[in-house]
Design a protein. Structure first.
Length: 278
Protein backbone atom coordinates (compact mmCIF):
# COMPACT_ATOMS: atom_id res chain seq x y z
CA UNK A 1 0.00 0.00 0.00
CA UNK A 2 1.10 3.56 -0.70
CA UNK A 3 0.53 6.11 2.03
CA UNK A 4 -0.59 9.67 1.54
CA UNK A 5 -1.48 12.56 3.80
CA UNK A 6 -5.16 13.16 4.41
CA UNK A 7 -7.53 14.79 6.87
CA UNK A 8 -9.21 13.26 9.89
CA UNK A 9 -12.26 11.13 9.18
CA UNK A 10 -14.70 14.01 9.03
CA UNK A 11 -12.30 15.92 6.80
CA UNK A 12 -11.85 13.24 4.17
CA UNK A 13 -14.38 14.99 1.96
CA UNK A 14 -13.02 18.52 2.34
CA UNK A 15 -11.69 18.49 -1.21
CA UNK A 16 -14.87 17.14 -2.78
CA UNK A 17 -16.34 19.50 -5.33
CA UNK A 18 -19.30 19.17 -7.63
CA UNK A 19 -19.67 21.28 -10.76
CA UNK A 20 -23.08 21.53 -12.41
CA UNK A 21 -24.44 18.85 -10.05
CA UNK A 22 -21.98 16.38 -11.57
CA UNK A 23 -20.42 13.86 -9.16
CA UNK A 24 -19.28 10.99 -11.39
CA UNK A 25 -16.58 12.72 -13.42
CA UNK A 26 -18.40 12.03 -16.71
CA UNK A 27 -20.21 14.98 -18.30
CA UNK A 28 -23.95 14.69 -18.77
CA UNK A 29 -25.29 14.29 -22.29
CA UNK A 30 -26.25 17.67 -23.67
CA UNK A 31 -28.52 17.16 -26.66
CA UNK A 32 -30.33 20.49 -26.75
CA UNK A 33 -28.29 23.47 -27.98
CA UNK A 34 -27.16 25.87 -25.28
CA UNK A 35 -28.60 29.37 -25.50
CA UNK A 36 -25.71 31.83 -25.04
CA UNK A 37 -25.97 34.19 -22.10
CA UNK A 38 -27.13 37.77 -22.61
CA UNK A 39 -26.60 40.22 -19.76
CA UNK A 40 -29.12 42.85 -18.73
CA UNK A 41 -26.46 45.45 -17.96
CA UNK A 42 -23.92 46.78 -20.41
CA UNK A 43 -21.36 46.18 -17.65
CA UNK A 44 -21.78 42.42 -18.05
CA UNK A 45 -22.97 39.55 -15.85
CA UNK A 46 -23.92 40.22 -12.26
CA UNK A 47 -26.15 38.66 -9.60
CA UNK A 48 -29.75 39.82 -9.65
CA UNK A 49 -30.15 38.45 -6.13
CA UNK A 50 -27.77 36.60 -3.80
CA UNK A 51 -28.10 35.24 -0.26
CA UNK A 52 -24.98 34.81 1.88
CA UNK A 53 -25.13 33.23 5.32
CA UNK A 54 -22.67 31.53 7.68
CA UNK A 55 -22.50 27.76 7.19
CA UNK A 56 -24.02 25.53 9.83
CA UNK A 57 -21.07 24.57 12.09
CA UNK A 58 -22.76 21.21 12.77
CA UNK A 59 -23.07 20.38 9.06
CA UNK A 60 -20.58 18.24 7.16
CA UNK A 61 -17.58 20.31 6.15
CA UNK A 62 -17.54 19.16 2.50
CA UNK A 63 -17.35 22.12 0.15
CA UNK A 64 -19.75 21.91 -2.79
CA UNK A 65 -20.73 24.25 -5.57
CA UNK A 66 -23.10 24.05 -8.50
CA UNK A 67 -24.07 26.12 -11.50
CA UNK A 68 -27.38 25.24 -13.12
CA UNK A 69 -29.01 27.53 -15.61
CA UNK A 70 -28.28 30.96 -14.14
CA UNK A 71 -28.33 29.74 -10.53
CA UNK A 72 -25.14 29.52 -8.47
CA UNK A 73 -24.76 27.92 -5.07
CA UNK A 74 -21.92 26.91 -2.80
CA UNK A 75 -21.81 25.47 0.72
CA UNK A 76 -19.12 25.46 3.43
CA UNK A 77 -16.89 27.79 1.45
CA UNK A 78 -14.08 30.03 2.69
CA UNK A 79 -13.68 33.48 1.16
CA UNK A 80 -10.12 32.71 0.06
CA UNK A 81 -11.37 29.71 -1.93
CA UNK A 82 -13.99 31.90 -3.61
CA UNK A 83 -11.27 34.35 -4.61
CA UNK A 84 -9.17 31.50 -6.01
CA UNK A 85 -12.10 30.15 -8.01
CA UNK A 86 -13.33 33.51 -9.30
CA UNK A 87 -9.89 34.52 -10.56
CA UNK A 88 -8.64 31.07 -11.62
CA UNK A 89 -5.70 31.01 -9.20
CA UNK A 90 -3.73 28.44 -7.23
CA UNK A 91 -3.66 28.92 -3.44
CA UNK A 92 -0.18 30.46 -3.39
CA UNK A 93 -1.32 33.14 -5.85
CA UNK A 94 -3.68 34.69 -3.27
CA UNK A 95 -1.76 36.44 -0.50
CA UNK A 96 -2.61 38.71 2.43
CA UNK A 97 -6.04 39.41 3.85
CA UNK A 98 -7.55 38.87 7.32
CA UNK A 99 -7.26 35.51 9.08
CA UNK A 100 -11.04 34.86 8.99
CA UNK A 101 -10.82 34.37 5.21
CA UNK A 102 -9.45 30.87 5.95
CA UNK A 103 -11.72 30.14 8.93
CA UNK A 104 -15.26 31.41 8.39
CA UNK A 105 -17.38 29.29 6.05
CA UNK A 106 -20.35 30.57 4.06
CA UNK A 107 -23.31 29.25 2.09
CA UNK A 108 -24.13 31.33 -0.98
CA UNK A 109 -27.10 31.07 -3.30
CA UNK A 110 -27.79 33.47 -6.13
CA UNK A 111 -29.29 34.06 -9.56
CA UNK A 112 -27.50 35.88 -12.37
CA UNK A 113 -29.61 38.36 -14.30
CA UNK A 114 -30.17 38.17 -18.03
CA UNK A 115 -31.11 35.25 -20.27
CA UNK A 116 -29.42 32.09 -21.51
CA UNK A 117 -26.60 30.02 -19.98
CA UNK A 118 -23.49 31.84 -18.70
CA UNK A 119 -20.18 30.29 -19.67
CA UNK A 120 -17.37 29.71 -17.17
CA UNK A 121 -15.82 33.15 -17.63
CA UNK A 122 -19.17 34.91 -17.28
CA UNK A 123 -19.87 33.03 -14.06
CA UNK A 124 -16.55 34.12 -12.66
CA UNK A 125 -17.09 37.76 -13.60
CA UNK A 126 -20.41 37.69 -11.72
CA UNK A 127 -18.76 36.15 -8.63
CA UNK A 128 -15.95 38.72 -8.81
CA UNK A 129 -18.55 41.46 -8.61
CA UNK A 130 -20.29 39.69 -5.74
CA UNK A 131 -17.03 39.57 -3.80
CA UNK A 132 -16.45 43.28 -4.35
CA UNK A 133 -20.01 44.28 -3.46
CA UNK A 134 -20.75 42.00 -0.51
CA UNK A 135 -17.28 41.30 0.95
CA UNK A 136 -15.76 44.68 0.04
CA UNK A 137 -12.88 42.81 -1.57
CA UNK A 138 -10.03 45.03 -2.76
CA UNK A 139 -6.67 43.86 -4.09
CA UNK A 140 -3.79 44.61 -6.40
CA UNK A 141 -1.64 42.44 -8.67
CA UNK A 142 2.05 41.72 -8.17
CA UNK A 143 4.58 39.61 -10.05
CA UNK A 144 6.53 37.38 -7.67
CA UNK A 145 9.25 34.83 -8.35
CA UNK A 146 8.19 31.53 -6.81
CA UNK A 147 8.26 27.75 -7.27
CA UNK A 148 5.89 26.76 -10.07
CA UNK A 149 5.21 24.00 -12.58
CA UNK A 150 6.02 24.59 -16.24
CA UNK A 151 3.45 22.92 -18.49
CA UNK A 152 4.99 21.65 -21.71
CA UNK A 153 4.15 19.12 -24.43
CA UNK A 154 5.30 15.58 -23.65
CA UNK A 155 7.17 13.34 -26.08
CA UNK A 156 4.69 12.03 -28.62
CA UNK A 157 2.62 15.20 -28.66
CA UNK A 158 -0.59 16.32 -26.98
CA UNK A 159 -3.63 14.02 -26.72
CA UNK A 160 -6.39 16.59 -26.88
CA UNK A 161 -9.69 16.45 -28.74
CA UNK A 162 -10.17 19.77 -30.49
CA UNK A 163 -13.70 21.15 -30.74
CA UNK A 164 -14.94 22.38 -34.10
CA UNK A 165 -16.22 25.78 -35.05
CA UNK A 166 -19.70 24.32 -35.27
CA UNK A 167 -19.59 23.45 -31.56
CA UNK A 168 -21.31 26.58 -30.25
CA UNK A 169 -21.23 25.48 -26.63
CA UNK A 170 -20.36 27.09 -23.32
CA UNK A 171 -17.20 25.90 -21.49
CA UNK A 172 -17.93 23.59 -18.58
CA UNK A 173 -15.89 21.59 -16.10
CA UNK A 174 -16.51 18.83 -13.59
CA UNK A 175 -14.22 17.39 -10.93
CA UNK A 176 -15.00 14.87 -8.22
CA UNK A 177 -12.86 12.94 -5.76
CA UNK A 178 -11.41 13.45 -2.29
CA UNK A 179 -7.84 13.22 -1.01
CA UNK A 180 -6.47 9.70 -1.28
CA UNK A 181 -9.06 8.70 -3.88
CA UNK A 182 -9.27 8.79 -7.64
CA UNK A 183 -10.27 12.21 -8.95
CA UNK A 184 -12.16 12.30 -12.24
CA UNK A 185 -12.17 15.52 -14.20
CA UNK A 186 -13.41 16.78 -17.52
CA UNK A 187 -13.40 19.97 -19.54
CA UNK A 188 -15.80 20.59 -22.40
CA UNK A 189 -15.31 23.32 -25.01
CA UNK A 190 -12.51 24.58 -22.78
CA UNK A 191 -9.11 26.14 -23.35
CA UNK A 192 -6.09 24.32 -21.97
CA UNK A 193 -5.31 27.36 -19.80
CA UNK A 194 -8.73 27.28 -18.13
CA UNK A 195 -8.62 23.50 -17.64
CA UNK A 196 -5.20 23.70 -15.98
CA UNK A 197 -6.39 26.61 -13.83
CA UNK A 198 -9.05 24.29 -12.40
CA UNK A 199 -6.51 21.50 -11.84
CA UNK A 200 -3.88 23.71 -10.17
CA UNK A 201 -6.53 25.08 -7.78
CA UNK A 202 -7.79 21.63 -6.84
CA UNK A 203 -4.75 19.38 -6.76
CA UNK A 204 -1.38 21.13 -7.03
CA UNK A 205 0.88 22.72 -4.43
CA UNK A 206 2.14 25.46 -6.75
CA UNK A 207 0.93 27.48 -9.77
CA UNK A 208 1.17 26.29 -13.37
CA UNK A 209 2.93 28.36 -16.05
CA UNK A 210 1.67 27.33 -19.50
CA UNK A 211 4.54 26.99 -21.97
CA UNK A 212 2.79 24.73 -24.49
CA UNK A 213 1.70 27.42 -26.95
CA UNK A 214 -1.53 25.44 -27.45
CA UNK A 215 -4.56 27.55 -28.38
CA UNK A 216 -8.18 26.72 -29.15
CA UNK A 217 -10.83 24.80 -27.25
CA UNK A 218 -10.86 21.10 -26.45
CA UNK A 219 -12.74 18.25 -24.83
CA UNK A 220 -10.49 16.73 -22.14
CA UNK A 221 -10.75 14.03 -19.49
CA UNK A 222 -8.36 12.92 -16.79
CA UNK A 223 -8.33 10.48 -13.86
CA UNK A 224 -5.65 10.55 -11.17
CA UNK A 225 -5.06 9.83 -7.50
CA UNK A 226 -5.46 13.04 -5.57
CA UNK A 227 -2.76 13.58 -2.97
CA UNK A 228 -2.46 16.52 -0.58
CA UNK A 229 0.99 17.09 0.96
CA UNK A 230 -0.40 19.75 3.30
CA UNK A 231 -3.24 17.74 4.87
CA UNK A 232 -3.16 16.18 8.32
CA UNK A 233 -3.36 12.49 9.23
CA UNK A 234 -2.78 9.47 7.03
CA UNK A 235 -4.87 7.29 4.79
CA UNK A 236 -4.03 4.27 2.67
CA UNK A 237 -3.95 4.38 -1.11
CA UNK A 238 -4.19 1.00 -2.91
CA UNK A 239 -1.26 -0.07 -5.04
CA UNK A 240 -3.58 -0.34 -8.07
CA UNK A 241 -4.82 3.24 -7.68
CA UNK A 242 -4.90 5.66 -10.60
CA UNK A 243 -1.57 7.38 -11.38
CA UNK A 244 -0.62 10.61 -9.68
CA UNK A 245 -1.47 13.84 -11.46
CA UNK A 246 1.91 14.38 -13.12
CA UNK A 247 1.92 10.86 -14.59
CA UNK A 248 -1.75 11.07 -15.55
CA UNK A 249 -1.22 14.31 -17.48
CA UNK A 250 1.57 12.71 -19.50
CA UNK A 251 -0.18 9.39 -20.10
CA UNK A 252 -3.70 10.65 -20.77
CA UNK A 253 -3.25 14.16 -22.23
CA UNK A 254 0.32 14.15 -23.57
CA UNK A 255 1.35 17.03 -21.30
CA UNK A 256 4.29 17.38 -18.94
CA UNK A 257 4.75 19.24 -15.65
CA UNK A 258 8.25 20.18 -14.50
CA UNK A 259 9.20 22.05 -11.34
CA UNK A 260 10.68 25.48 -12.07
CA UNK A 261 11.10 28.87 -10.45
CA UNK A 262 9.25 31.48 -12.46
CA UNK A 263 7.59 34.91 -12.24
CA UNK A 264 3.95 34.39 -11.32
CA UNK A 265 1.01 36.77 -11.15
CA UNK A 266 -0.15 37.14 -7.53
CA UNK A 267 -3.36 38.68 -6.21
CA UNK A 268 -2.49 40.60 -3.03
CA UNK A 269 -5.55 41.37 -0.89
CA UNK A 270 -5.76 44.90 0.51
CA UNK A 271 -9.18 44.67 2.14
CA UNK A 272 -11.92 42.16 2.90
CA UNK A 273 -14.92 42.50 5.24
CA UNK A 274 -17.51 40.02 6.52
CA UNK A 275 -20.41 39.93 4.05
CA UNK A 276 -23.02 42.64 4.08
CA UNK A 277 -26.64 41.79 4.96
CA UNK A 278 -28.83 40.03 2.41
Amino acid sequence: MRMANCGAAILLVVGWEVAAAQSTGAPPEQKAPVVPYTAVSAEGPQFEVATIKPSDPAACCARTYSRQGRHFSTQNTYLRWLVQWAYGLQAKQVVGGPAWMDVDRYDISGEIDGTGAPNDREWKVAVQRLLADRFQLQFHHEIREMPAYALTIAKGGPKLTKTGLEDDQVPRFGFSGSVGQTMHGFGRYATLHDFMSEIQRLALDRPVVDRTGITGTFNMEISFTREDPNALGMTQIPDNAAPNLIDALQQQLGLKLEGVKAPVDVLAIDRAEPPSAN
